[in-house]
Each structure stands twice: as structure tokens, then as C-alpha cells.
Design a binder for this molecule. Structure first.
Ligand code: FEO
Length: 411
């Protein structure tokens, strides 16, 4: 038995769905699993585009053999050598000893580092090179840092299929539905796609912009990524998301309130602010308890929204550790161009407000911080109302300013 789907007349998806993995890269929770996509082109020559995680090598081989129907595998194109795609190459080399590997110089270096015996099998390609496999001509386009330095994407100039490596991928297993038009992507997938992009590739925005510039010169009819659905319609929708994310532009005028609360008092302040914003008509507000929300979700939402409120208790004279972890991730992923407002709480020697402001000022690029700030001493009181009103107004005023800037300067 096998599990394959036809992508075009002579291209097959021979990938796998991993629903048993809890943590992608052993760090990101993926309750909906993930697919490792691999594609097999049946031309005069047979060509496999990337492989899958080692744990699914057997399933990949079954899928490939069911399509080959006794033919040899002539080539493997390795667009990305991270083990979730490259590990099963070893099994392919054992099964098809005459197969040739088409990839970049850096990719071959990484294969050797992983201990693969590739001697005599390498066909090294670089930007601008192309190969014909019969009817299909494949052009190779370097895509460094999307998301490793060795990455390339492959473009089939015959039918417009772009094998995009990690770009345009998403968390989530396919469960049969291979194409974007077989799912409601904007309803059911975009949050996972954003969380995937922002946490995996988010740091490398300028490299993504470079790839988008190259992609704009290609007549792309279909995008075949290494994770998630294949795009055969509505491609500008997803390219627009990538453009915004990689330019660190907010997707929506929205507020995320991220709060760190030990006994519920800071949470109460966060709730009260959310109500004030909604009272004022800004209902695109989300709240996250940093202790109960994976930091990858906080990062993803930061890419989506325009405004972030940090509400933190002071802990050991510092920022609450879970909040600090989120801030460190903001820095690591080079997130920028958001407006922050601060709420701090302390029963004695409150420090969190100053420390969060210092972090945003000195450690993270191009962030605005509203002057309005609120201090809660242990619990929310009547006297806090004025400060809270000021924060809500500050956020709404800043949204207006952003709107005017977009009208004037286009961003
Ligand atoms: Fe899906 Fe960078 O590997």
C-alpha cells in the first residue's frame, strides 16, 4: 500500500505526514503535526525533489517505488539539507546506488558532515544553472538562509512549478488534502503558516525579500514547498503574506496583550485594558498569558499585530522569566516596527517597567514605546483608571498615526 498524489501530469507527491511528532526541531509544539513533502518527476529521466525525515524513510521508499514501477531513480535534487528533508537521502543512496545528487556546494559539504557517502554522485549547481531531464527543464536559484545557507529552490521552466524548499511551507499535516484549494487556508492554516514562518525563517527577512525579488521574475504557476499544501491557485495571497512578514510590517491593526501574572492581579489589569480598548471600538484584541502560551505563538502574534502591551510583575527584582524569554526571542528573531505599551506590577521595588523599556530600547530594533505607562502596586485600584485610560488612548492615537503614515508613505 502507498500514499501518493498526482501534482501535475508527470509529477507526484511522494511525501509523508508526521502526526506523531510533538516538537518540531525539538522546540516548537505542533499539535497538528507536519508534512515532509517530497516530489517525484517521471520524465525521460526520473527525478526526486528532496526526501523526508529519517523516521519516515520506509514510507518514502514505498511511495517512490509505487510510482517508479520498476524504473530506476536517476537523480535526487536536494534543495535543502536540513535533516527533516535530507536525512532519508542516505536510504535513497543505498536503494539506488547509481543515483546522482544535484545540489549546491554548501549542501554537499553538509552531506559529508552528516557522514553520507556521496563520492562520485555529486552534480554541483549554482545560481543560473539548469538541467534538462527530458521534457522538463529545471533552473536552479540560490536561496541562502531560507532557512539554512545551502538552500536553493528549483524552477521547472516547462510548466512553472517552483520547488520552494522551506519557503511557503507551514506546520500541519496534510491528511490527504494536498492542494491549497482543497482546504480553507485563511481560516484553518494561516495561523500555523505564520507560526512556522516567523519562528523558522522570521530572522532572515532580508533574504526572503531577495528570494521574492527573484521569484517575481519567474512565471510561477504552482508552488511546491517542503511542508504543507501545494499552491496551485491564489498564489499572490501567500506571496503578499511573505512580503509583509519579511518586511516586518504588521499584518493587521490589532493589539496583543501579553501578561505575566502570578496571582491574577496583573491579569486583571490586562483584562481591564482589553475592555477599555473594546469600549473604544478597537475589538481586534488578543490576550496571552506568557506562562501558558508557547513563546512561538507569542512571536507569531507579534508579527500579526501592530501594537503589543507587555504587562509584567517584577520577579526577583527583574522581568518575570517567561516574559523575559519572550523578549529574548523578539531580539533573536530581529522583530521590529511595532508599538509597545507597558504595565508593571510590584508589591515592593517594582522594576519590570523600567527593565522592559530598557530592553526594548537597547536590545530590539525600531520599536516604539508609548510614554503612557501604568504601575500597579500589588492590585488594581480606582486610582489606576486614569493611567489605563491614557494607555488605551495612546494606543488608539498611535494607530491613527500609523494609518496616516501608511497613507502618506505607503508603510
Ligand atoms: Fe523544513 Fe529548514 O527544514
Amino acid at each position: 500500500m502507498y500514499n501518493v498524489r498526482k501534482v501535475t501530469e508527470d509529477l507526484y507527491w511522494v511525501g509523508v505526514n508526521d502526526k506523531r511528532i510533538d516538537l518540531f526541531e525539538n522546540i516548537f509544539p505542533i499539535p497538528r503535526g507536519v508534512s515532509y513533502n517530497s516530489y517525484l518527476l517521471m520524465d525521460e529521466k526520473t527525478v526526486l525533489f528532496d526526501t523526508v525525515d529519517w523516521s519516515y524513510a520506509r514510507e518514502l521508499i514505498d511511495n517512490i517505488q509505487s510510482v517508479l514501477k520498476g524504473r530506476e531513480l536517476d537523480y535526487v535534487v536536494v534543495n535543502h539539507m536540513e535533516p527533516d528533508h535530507g536525512a532519508s537521502l542516505e536510504a535513497i543512496l543505498e536503494l539506488f546506488p547509481n543515483v546522482k545528487i544535484v545540489s549546491t556546494e554548501k549542501s554537499f559539504m553538509i552531506m559529508r558532515q552528516f557522514g553520507f557517502d556521496i563520492e562520485g554522485k555529486e552534480i554541483e549547481v549554482k545560481e543560473g544553472d539548469s538541467m534538462s531531464f527530458g521534457k522538463h527543464n529545471i533552473a536552479f536559484v540560490e536561496a541562502p538562509m531560507i532557512h539554512w545557507p545551502e538552500v536553493m529552490v528549483s524552477f521547472d521552466t516547462t510548466n512553472g512549478v517552483l520547488f520552494s524548499a522551506d519557503a511557503f511551507g507551514t506546520f500541519g499535516s496534510l491528511d490527504g488534502k494536498l492542494f491549497n484549494d482543497e482546504v480553507n487556508f485563511d481560516r484553518d492554516w494561516i495561523d500555523d503558516a505564520r507560526r512556522y514562518y516567523t519562528n523558522i525563517v522570521g530572522k532572515y527577512g532580508p533574504f526572503v525579500q531577495a528570494l521574492l525579488a527573484k521569484a517575481s521574475t519567474l512565471d510561477i504557476k504552482m508552488i511546491a514547498p517542503l511542508h504543507g499544501p501545494v499552491w496551485r491557485s491564489d498564489i499572490p495571497y501567500f506571496i503578499d503574506k511573505y512580503d509583509k512578514w519579511s518586511k516586518y510590517e504588521p499584518e493587521e491593526e490589532a493589539v496583543m496583550i501579553a501578561y505575566a501574572s502570578m496571582y491574577g492581579n496583573t491579569e486583571k489589569a490586562a483584562q481591564a485594558l482589553a475592555s477599555k480598548l473594546c469600549d473604544a471600538g478597537m475589538t481586534n484584541v488578543v490576550m496571552y498569558d506568557v506562562s501558558r502560551t508557547d513563546v512561538s505563538q507569542l512571536i507569531s502574534e507579534t508579527f500579526r499585530v501592530s501594537h503589543v502591551v507587555l504587562a509584567s510583575v517584577t520577579y526577583n527584582l527583574g522581568i518575570y522569566p517567561k516574559m523575559h524569554n519572550y523578549l529574548m526571542d523578539l531580539k533573536a528573531l530581529d522583530v521590529r516596527n511595532r508599538t509597545f505599551a507597558l504595565i508593571e506590577n510590584g508589591s515592593w521595588a517594582p522594576q519590570a517597567g523600567d527593565l522592559m523599556e530598557e530592553f526594548l530600547d537597547q536590545e530590539v530594533k525600531l520599536m516604539d514605546i508609548l510614554n503612557e505607562r501604568m504601575l500597579v502596586t500589588s492590585a488594581l485600584k480606582e486610582a489606576n483608571e486614569h493611567e489605563m485610560d491614557a494607555i488605551a488612548e495612546g494606543i488608539l492615537d498611535d494607530m491613527q498615526k500609523r494609518r496616516e503614515a501608511i497613507e502618506k508613505f505607503g508603510k
